[in-house]
Write a new protein. Structure first.
Length: 141
């Protein structure tokens, strides 16, 4: 038989665990909400764009990949609006929210698209170049 003092501790410990769990869930949900607010923009050559605005500006194109057809807007169209003197003279670093990044050249950008989910697709490159949740496209010299 469990002593009476220990019987009183078990419900108290259970309540403490529930309270900690509740606060943890609240904390995670608040952080996810903050990330979603920032997830509808993309920074391109130090200029911030709303994803929806880009999709309202540029026509959708569909490309055929080894993973089926993919639809988005041409990456080259976006870069051409930046008024770079020589787009083919630069390389482009696609950076993800989780720190993953890939560098491509102008020929790749001409064949690639950006999906509404902020994912790059390049039909002629390995899937490693299909960066998801792109937060930034950096123009390199």
């Amino acid at each position: 038989m469990i002593p009476r003092e220990r019987q009183n501790i078990i419900p108290i410990l259970a309540m403490i665990v529930l309270i900690i769990g509740s606060f943890s869930a609240i904390y995670v949900n608040v952080n996810q909400a903050e990330q979603k607010v920032n997830s509808d923009t993309i920074k391109i050559n130090n200029q911030t764009f709303q994803i929806q605005s880009l999709f309202n500006t540029f026509p959708n194109v569909t490309i055929q990949t080894d993973d089926g057809n993919k639809t988005g807007i041409a990456l080259s169209e976006i870069i051409n609006t930046l008024s770079l003197n020589c787009p083919s003279c630069h390389s482009y670093v696609l950076k993800s929210s989780d720190g993953y990044q890939q560098t491509v050249d102008w020929n790749d950008m001409r064949q690639g698209i950006l999906s509404i989910e902020k994912r790059s697709y390049f039909p002629h490159l390995a899937h490693a170049f299909w960066v998801k949740d792109i937060t930034q496209i950096e123009v390199k010299e």
